[in-house]
Design a protein around this ligand. Sequence first.
Ligand SMILES: [Zn+2]
Length: 233
Amino acid sequence: MATHSVRSIASGCLGRSGSLSLRRDVFGVYGTNGQTRSLKTQLDRIRNLPFLRLGLVTVRPAGSTAGQYNNLQRDVDAANEVWLSDSNAWIYVSGVRTDTSGLLGNNGILDQTSCPLGVQSSPSTEEDDLFDLGRDLGADVVGYYIAGATNGLAGCSAYPSGRRGFWVAMGASQWVLAHELTHVIGLNPHVDSSVAANADNLMWPNTAWTNTPPDLNASQSTQLLGDDGFETC
Ligand SMILES: [Zn+2]
């Protein structure tokens, strides 16, 4: 693939120009996960499949030097595995950041009680502060890696009105990012947990998935792809 083709695709489809990093700007890769990545496959993907821009913020305590969550790329690759396999869509990580402002206090635990699907109508002060982060990362949807929340969940997709996003507990299963993101995009609800076979589905309500990678069915994919956050080249 000639350089000018990469440049024209990066510019025309992703809005990236100037000094380009293939890894970050074309692949949307910001961490390590031991994967071999094909430029041709990625360029085909950019040109042909709908994608969703996602910003990711790792929240550390004030003064922490731990940096970005070490499994960030693993989780993004896992989410792309599910979306590409079942919905022919993919996630383009448009930017990442590590926050050490200490907005979650000394324990780093988010003050959150309820976790409704969609808008959190009465966010706590910490939820309100958290979902302000990363709004300049080039994405409508921002995911937050945090230590955990007072409700004990592994992740939650409830967001303050007008700031779409979700959080994932560092240390959670690699499929939690995909699960929370799929709650946000198209507002996909949980599958019925009284049906044991549904444990194969990404929207199973807990992390005891079976036959991973978890699946999205046709109606979930339709609901996902109906979200107006998707872009096509
Ligand atoms: Zn859920």
